[in-house]
Design a protein around this ligand. Structure first.
Ligand SMILES: [Zn+2]
Length: 150
């Protein structure tokens, strides 16, 4: 019952892009305000930054509230935690979308790829480079470093 009429005209203002052969679906941009070059905004801000003081204030207020709530729980603000937890994306090795990066990296499919010989193309290029750093031996934990004092 939620099917809307699929015919009609776009609400203004809009941008509509379609291929001239009309083989693909058009795509649209509809905004209440089209971008406007704002010369009065301070450099190096983007001239397309809209300085709507009311909406910006609201946003920062919300952020602050969330952060203070998170600090009660312990240390890291809630927003940061969420951002770090949920890194969505697409893995080009597995040809797979993932909801959480860390979880995907631990999946069997990805680990198999990571340990496979698929990186030979990278290693072939690396093998042409010259290693000219100083390579130290691994630090032995037993050895005490001499501390100099003045
Ligand atoms: Zn993967």
């Amino acid at each position: 019952g939620t099917q809307k009429a699929r015919t009609g005209r776009l609400k203004k203002p809009f941008v509509k892009v379609e291929d001239t052969c009309q083989l693909y679906r058009p795509f649209y941009l509809q905004l209440t305000n089209m971008p406007l070059i704002n010369y009065s905004i301070q450099k190096p801000s983007s001239p397309f930054d809209v300085d709507k003081p009311s909406s910006i204030q609201k946003q920062t207020q919300v952020k602050l509230r969330i952060q203070t709530d998170g600090n009660k729980g312990g240390g890291i603000p809630v927003q940061l935690q969420l951002k770090e937890k949920k890194k969505k994306g697409y893995c080009e090795c597995c040809l797979q979308k993932y909801e959480d990066l860390e979880t995907h990296l631990l999946s069997e499919q990805h680990r198999n790829f990571a340990q496979s010989s698929h990186y030979q193309v990278v290693d072939d290029i690396v093998s042409k480079l010259i290693f000219d750093f100083v390579e130290y031996e691994r630090d032995m934990p037993k050895k005490k470093r001499i501390k100099y004092s003045i």
